[in-house]
Design a protein around this ligand. Sequence first.
Ligand code: ZN
Length: 247
Amino acid sequence: MPARILIVTDLHQRGVLYAALVKLANEIKPDAIILGGDFLHGTGMLPYGQTQQLTPTLCAVELHTIARPMLLVRGNHEDENWFEFRDAWKSLHGSDPIRLNGGFALIGDVGVVGFPCAMGQEEAFSEGEPLGGEHYTYWFRHLLADHGDDARKLWIMHEPPTGTQISKAGSLVEGHAWWRDAIEEHHPELVVCGHDHTTSIRRDVWQDQIGATKVVNVGQNMDGPLHATLVEISASGRLQCEKLVMD
Ligand SMILES: [Zn+2]
């Protein structure tokens, strides 16, 4: 079954980015939407950007207007703010939000793995599961054993793998060396990440390769427009992605 998956990262509770996501999602009606971390903004941290910052409750209210399945991957900014967001989501939907935290989902024919994020306070989002600070070999081998090649299709990780054009070398947002090791070991078809908001925008370079794996950054300008990527299966059966921008 063909699938169209819309992926965004780094919304950081910015009203303008949430509004653009609602508009884009309701326009293109994807089969699923994945938020690749930092959809909230770290508790007690000064807001990024100049435009309105939503509360975690208002973020859940905005997302509730999108009538599409949604999967959440953690970034370094999801900390105890998760509890307010989760409770608001639960009261709106009558069910828990779906997290991919070192987990697997099948969307149409596309196997999706959501990586954990070892940065920041991961205890709240992890909801009692093993934490992302563990080396990937501890959790990924279970996904591979259960799902085989489907676990090597689409990977979503907040932090990029190190050593590509889409994050700044030697900086806090360069990414995770283990994630690069995981890509070099398992050769997923497509990796989507965020975390470094500025390098892709500054260089106007949105993708790179690690071996046969394409790595895409969808990092945001905090005051818009929204950057997103739409992943689909091509006629040849390979994953392809299209960069989308929405005001
Ligand atoms: Zn971010």
